[in-house]
Design a protein around this ligand. Structure first.
Ligand code: B12
Length: 223
């Protein structure tokens, strides 16, 4: 059974998007992350297991190989494409079924940072739990966040950063937003971010994963 999740991790690791994809040549004609994810769901694997033991396990290996100079940016991009394509199948499972809207959540990856998969996943899961999500995309400047918060009073904000260099931009954004909107709740996430950094820059909550963000947002939205 675990074999299926390993197949998914393997396809993410080697950037095999789907059966039609000709890359990598040695996997030509074989199913990719797309088909294996559907098969795993049909066989009853939980979306959480597919996410953790399939997608994220594969992506962690990609990160390790990149750090060891065994692969380069083009391969990372193909892995990202494989994960993004397969992730769409999980979306329906993250719907909580609650009709009541909890509020507006503005999310984006901070300036200078092009990593968007974790942010997309968080946005998807938060939307599935009753929030109107406004996704500003990647490489989002502070002013763009501020402008959006002005248009949506009472919203909460989520910032993502994947690079140690762009964590500084995260600090600048939090600083500027807190100055203009003192009561604004700001959540921060991304692989290099942690709870100590979160409190150091004056953000409200460090989300190691989208599930903890959903829980925190539930708590603050209860009137
Ligand atoms: C895929 C990838 C890329 C892709 C991104 C494609 C895309 N569309 O997103 C591309 C090829 C563009 C890329 C580029 C680069 N990358 Co890159 N990349 C990665 C990789 C392999 C995976 C990232 C990922 O998607 N992980 C999967 C997701 C699901 O995890 P996640 O983002 O951490 O998100 C989870 C949580 O953190 C959380 N979360 C994240 N954000 C938020 C926000 C909120 C609000 C909440 C609630 C939760 C939350 O939820 C998610 C689910 O649990 C990582 C290695 C790694 N393992 O992280 C390197 C990595 C981040 N990249 C790295 C580097 C160096 C680069 C480049 C500088 C390479 C280069 N020389 O050009 C460029 C930088 C470009 C830029 N300006 O941003 C380094 C960073 C090192 C550092 N310490 O700063 C890493 C760690 C690789 C490594 N080991 O060296 N990269």
């Amino acid at each position: 059974m675990e074999h299926l999740l390993e197949q998914i991790a393997h396809c993410i690791e080697f950037g095999k998007v789907n059966e039609a994809a000709s890359y990598p040549p040695e996997m030509k004609g074989q199913p990719g992350a797309d088909e294996w994810t559907l098969t795993a769901l049909q066989q009853g694997f939980s979306p959480e297991d597919i996410l953790q033991k399939g997608f994220i396990r594969g992506m962690d290996r990609v990160g390790e190989k990149f750090a060891a100079h065994q692969i380069f940016v083009p391969q990372m991009l193909l892995s990202a494409k494989a994960m993004t394509t397969a992730m769409r199948h999980l979306q329906p499972f993250f719907q909580s079924g609650e009709a009541k809207k909890r509020g507006t959540f503005v999310i984006g990856t901070v300036a200078g940072d092009l990593h968007e998969i974790g942010k997309n996943l968080a946005g998807m899961m938060i939307a599935g739990n009753g929030w109107d999500v406004i996704d500003l995309g990647k490489d989002v400047k502070t002013e763009r966040f501020a402008e959006t918060v002005r248009q949506h009073p009472g919203c909460a904000v989520g910032l993502s950063a994947l690079l140690t260099t762009t964590m500084e931009h995260m600090a600048d954004t939090v600083n500027a937003l807190k100055k203009e909107f003192p009561g604004l709740r700001i959540l921060v996430g991304g692989a290099p971010v942690n709870a100590a950094f979160c409190s150091e820059i004056g953000a409200d909550f460090y989300a190691a994963n989208p599930q903890t963000a959903v829980q925190y947002l539930k708590e603050i939205s209860v009137q």
